[in-house]
Write a protein that binds this ligand. Structure first.
Ligand code: PAF
Length: 281
């Protein structure tokens, strides 16, 4: 595995591979790699000749400076994991390398960005669109891989791809969970042992809501999820929204979408956790 830190070297290396007819898969990450990231790399490995992984804690997508400051940074351990996952190129740039000048682009992300994480984290999705588009211009991959834990993010990235006219296949990969059901996240390491013990109740409640939904309407099911999770100590639901999986728009009845996705964010102490579940007819 080659570790590359500059954009010019990255472009040179991938251009050389492309000239030989090789396909390129890109896995964008912010590091603190866990099994969820590794599953994206494994999928990229199956689908492509060359796998590029970027490790970059993107400042423009953090609307909370404290979250940016405390975001886990574990480069050495990340490199060991990427090597073990048979990654060809690890791109680990500095902030100055990625943003030699401030990125002033504003993306018209439309309705998919106007709900849930959109209003809760102003500027977040524009920052995601900035960094992912920059990476796409640098690497020009055939395919790029994203985890379904950030369900709305994938819709935003698809919209950015449409705006920029990229010919890149966006592959969404299933959520990876700990044995007790907690969705894997780089932020899980911030949970205290007590919070870590309670956190799996998010996934348990979402799962239980699949049965509950069989006998209840959508509004009742939403309330059930919110009340059940809020009853645990240190847990507070920020939002639970059930949306059309294709449009991200909230729905009022189960009949309003062939696939509905329940998207949740929960504060477990200070740590903001997200998860989702699909309700299919
Ligand atoms: O999902 C993430 O880790 C980040 O939002 C991404 C896509 C790597 C962009 O910084």
């Amino acid at each position: 595995m080659e570790v590359i830190r500059t954009v010019s070297e990255l472009k040179q290396r991938v251009a050389a591979q492309r000239a030989q007819g090789k396909t390129i898969g890109l896995v964008p990450t912010m590091g603190a790699l866990h099994a969820g990231h590794i599953s994206l790399m494994e999928q990229a490995r199956k689908d492509n000749d060359i796998v590029v992984v970027s490790v970059f804690v993107n400042p423009t997508q953090f609307n909370n400076p404290e979250d940016l400051r405390t975001y886990p940074r574990t480069e050495e351990a990340d490199c060991v994991k990427m090597k073990a996952a048979n990654v060809d190129i690890a791109f680990i740039p500095s902030v100055e390398e990625v943003y030699p000048e401030p990125d002033t682009r504003t993306f018209d992300l439309g309705l998919v960005a106007e709900v849930m994480e959109g209003p809760m984290r102003p500027g977040h999705f524009n920052g995601v669109a900035q960094i992912v588009s920059k990476l796409f211009y640098m690497v020009e991959p055939d395919r790029s891989y994203f985890g379904e834990k950030d369900f709305q993010q994938i819709a935003v990235i698809r919209r950015m791809v449409e705006i920029e006219g990229f010919n890149i296949e966006i592959i969404d990969c299933p959520i990876k969970r700990e044995d007790d059901g907690l969705a894997m996240s780089s932020r899980n390491v911030r949970l205290t042992p007590q919070q870590r013990a309670i956190a799996p109740n998010i996934a348990r409640t979402l799962n239980a809501s699949l049965d509950y939904a069989l006998g209840h309407n959508l509004a009742e099911t939403k309330q059930y999820v919110i009340d059940t999770i809020n009853a645990f100590p240190q847990m507070e639901v920020e939002y639970y929204e059930i949306v059309n999986a294709a449009t991200m728009q909230p729905i009022s009845n189960w009949e309003d979408a062939p696939v509905a996705v329940g998207c949740i964010t929960v504060y477990c102490g200070e740590v903001r956790l997200i998860d989702n579940i699909k309700y299919t007819k």
